[in-house]
Design a binder for this molecule. Structure first.
Ligand SMILES: [Zn+2]
Length: 126
């Protein structure tokens, strides 16, 4: 399952970050998931819940921000909304709309409200 490998990846990043910064648990994870990324939010949530037991993410709340899809229509020469990849242009019906937004999957924030850490967030990229 594709989403499970994403969760495992995420888990690795979070554990490495926890070790590096010396916290034992993470309170909240914020992910940005583009609607064109091919990632199923429900599969991701399910994978997260089953994979995090006994890890720094065990008690973490998962927040998923869905990023709307956009594409560039060569025919209209403008940005159009895209609800799924390889969809034709909603304006003119031409195919071959190039996805320009909503294809991302990234870790946006890790929020830790540990007394020792005093509550801080980590901005992640990539
Ligand atoms: Zn068009």
């Amino acid at each position: 399952m594709h989403e499970l490998s994403l969760v495992m990846n995420l888990l690795e990043i979070c554990e490495a970050e926890a070790i590096r910064r010396g916290f034992e648990r993470i309170d909240r994870v914020v992910l940005e998931v583009g609607v064109l990324s091919g990632v199923s939010v429900s599969a991701l949530t399910f994978g997260f819940e089953s994979a995090v037991r006994g890890t720094v993410l065990e008690f973490a709340e998962l927040e998923i921000r869905e990023i709307p899809g956009t594409g560039w229509c060569l025919h209209c020469e403008e940005t159009v909304p895209l609800v799924e990849p390889f969809r034709s242009c909603p304006g003119c019906g031409a195919s071959g709309v190039l996805p320009t937004g909503g294809t991302e999957f990234r870790l946006c924030e890790l929020i830790v409200s540990d007394n020792r850490a005093g509550g801080h967030s980590v901005q992640g990229g990539g």
